[in-house]
Design a protein around this ligand. Sequence first.
Ligand SMILES: [Fe+2]
Length: 322
Amino acid sequence: MKPAIHLQSTGEPEVPVRAAGLTTCQAPWIEQARARGELYIEQPYELYSEENHRAWRSLFQRMGPRWERYANSHFLAGVRALCLNPEQVPRLNDVNRFLSPLTGFRARAVSGYVPAFVFFDCLRNREFPTTITVRPPAQLDYLPEPDIFHDIAGHVPMHTDPQFAATLARFGAGAHTAAERAGNARDVHRLTSIIRAMARFFWFTIEFGLMREGDGLRAYGSGLLSSFGELEHALVSPAVQRYPIQIEWAINQSFAIDRYQPLLFIVDSFDHLFRLVGELEAWMRQGKLDHVAPGEPAIGEADLDSFVRKTEVHAGPALTNP
Ligand SMILES: [Fe+2]
């Protein structure tokens, strides 16, 4: 779908949206979509600038050798299966053409932050909310916001693995248990605690998880797999604590997003991770997530509200409640 070319509104001299590209935090087209309240968007591919493609190329090329060395074998197989083009920002439609037949997952473009319930429920439906902007060239090493490299090159290769995909969908289904447990969100303290526990579990597994493989450790967490510096640091630095995962520890453990993670958790396999997700949900039902330790991440109004309005915010007929 060819996007319309919009112009920035008032005040400053008008800058064509096309000229601005789709750079993270500097993309008027995305800002406008967000201002219109559009969470799910098309990927306006023509708007990517040469600078955006250059950034993708640099990121992809330098990660290659590090992935070979530190990424788990399921991820490496996923990168190959997706046929990602190292030279150009990927089109989500192309990615999905390879991805969906494998596990039913698909990447779906979003304009920005996805509130907690909506995000989890998308996972349950095997949809991955995907950022389409590209980090600025000056911030190739680190960006607090997700970008398309993090989402497509860091997350999506994992979604080609059937066991991992099933784990992610099962994790997402936990949002409905959470809503139920919190009396459809009337108990704000309980709901805040459960969302925090889920977010921490996600952080220490899906984003920053390590897995045993062969006689060593490999990364499967996407925050690691999309970071040139942190991927190696996570696996070789003596400054990092690496422990077998314990749910009770992970859900009570705060974290900071703006530095290399000093503490990482290890799973034995994706079968192990799948069982842990089942255990997490059982714990949720037993009330063990109702009062986790305070601290990061902060759970905002939009997250809580998304649970309250859970039947209203779904994007379309593909998303249905059980
Ligand atoms: Fe992520």
